[in-house]
Design a protein. Sequence first.
Length: 95
Amino acid sequence: MDETEVCPVECPTIVAVTLDDRLDGARPVQDVLTRFGSVIRVRLGIHTPDRPNEQGLILLQLCCEDAETRELLDSLNAISGVRAQAMKIGPAAST
């Protein structure tokens, strides 16, 4: 998707990815995220800088259909030491 295009679907999907060992898991996870880069709207990596081998956490906001979310999750969960789960957040209820 071109950066100037408006996202064709709403972006209610949030994915949390944990890596048991950031150094071992970083390359394969990065490869998957690069492959799905066109549907990742926001990416936030959280870790402890002075302890690089510890667990890492990546939060993603996706802008895609459910089938592509499932494909991303399956690709990430196939990597040893990596767990990925998604949740959908809809608009707030009007009062």
